[in-house]
Design a protein around this ligand. Structure first.
Ligand code: AMP
Ligand code: MN
Ligand code: MN
Ligand code: MN
Length: 273
């Protein structure tokens, strides 16, 4: 079965509008798709009530959290999009995002780039402002040659624009997802550059808070990395998820619905959807 349980639209930092992403997924033969925009259910609101032939659309979201001072992403799958606890959480995250955008603006101004927020707003559709929109503004100004350099110099982990303290904590986010009847999934565990010891601590806190699955296969991850994550997935008795983290045709992410198969001996999270 072709599944993709992690991807983005213009409701967050993806390049495609939700209907175009859906059309691409149908063209690729995806049978089960979860759109997981950052801190937004906008795509699901937009597509509500529609059907897509062979493709089953699962509700989803990717929530930003702060775990021991680090930014960690939690995907919620098959959530009740009307749940009030989840909606209240999303509203708080969106407010935090606006506040954070102003802080990033101030930090970048101190480095000599005045008023980048106005530019970032120009790239952000649907009112969502993320670091990729600041990156686009820095590229447009000629401050950096591309998005990757913008993250490397100014926006990525440990840099001036890496502001994550205002996100909800890990346990709260898992609670909102669980309250909405969804499955909380640890997103792309490979991307946090944690030591194995720290990753085991993260998985301990994640499962203690009610987290039930982890992305064993994500984007362009190496096979060796997937095998290591599969071992942790079994060790913590978690369900296994798989997603491309697709952001659009010109962004440097994996293509939609094209992930490598899950390593053996795992229970796919989609068996229950
Ligand atoms: P934010 O939601 O504002 O914290 O921004 C995080 C998003 O920035 C991620 O979901 C990616 O889409 C993007 N991103 C993170 N790191 C990089 C990078 N090194 N190069 C390009 N995009 C990145
Ligand atoms: Mn993103
Ligand atoms: Mn993410
Ligand atoms: Mn993502």
């Amino acid at each position: 079965m072709r599944v993709d349980l992690h991807c983005h639209t213009r409701h967050s930092d993806g390049e495609l509008d939700a209907p175009d992403l859906l059309a691409l997924a149908v063209e690729r033969g995806v049978e089960l798709l979860a759109i997981t925009d950052h801190d937004s259910l906008g795509a699901h609101d937009e597509l509500a009530g529609q059907s897509f032939g062979q493709l089953q659309l699962l509700s989803g979201i990717e929530l930003s959290t702060s775990w021991r001072g680090r930014g960690v992403h939690i995907v919620g799958l098959n959530v009740d999009t009307d749940n009030s606890a989840l909606r209240a959480g999303i509203a708080a995250q969106q407010q935090a995002r606006q506040l954070r955008a102003e802080i990033i603006d101030t930090k970048l101004a101190k480095l000599g780039f005045a008023d980048t927020l106005a530019g970032a707003r120009h790239y952000a559709a649907n009112g969502f402002i993320g670091r990729p929109h600041f990156a686009a503004e820095l590229v447009a100004r000629g401050a950096v040659k591309d998005t990757a350099s913008a993250f490397k110099k100014y926006l990525g982990a440990g840099k001036a624009g890496d502001i994550k303290e205002q996100w909800a904590d890990l346990a709260s986010v898992i609670e909102w997802i669980t309250a909405a009847g969804g499955v909380a999934v640890l997103a792309h565990p490979d991307k946090y550059q944690l030591t194995r010891t720290k990753l085991v601590e993260l998985l301990g806190d994640f499962t203690a808070a009610g987290g039930r699955a982890m992305e064993v296969v994500s984007g362009n991850q190496t096979a060796a990395s997937s095998r290591q994550l599969a071992q942790l997935c079994r060790q913590f008795d978690l369900l296994a998820s798989s997603g491309s983290d697709y952001h659009g045709p010109s962004l440097p992410w994996a293509s939609l619905g094209n992930q490598a198969p899950l390593p053996g001996g795992l229970t796919p999270v989609w068996a229950q959807f």
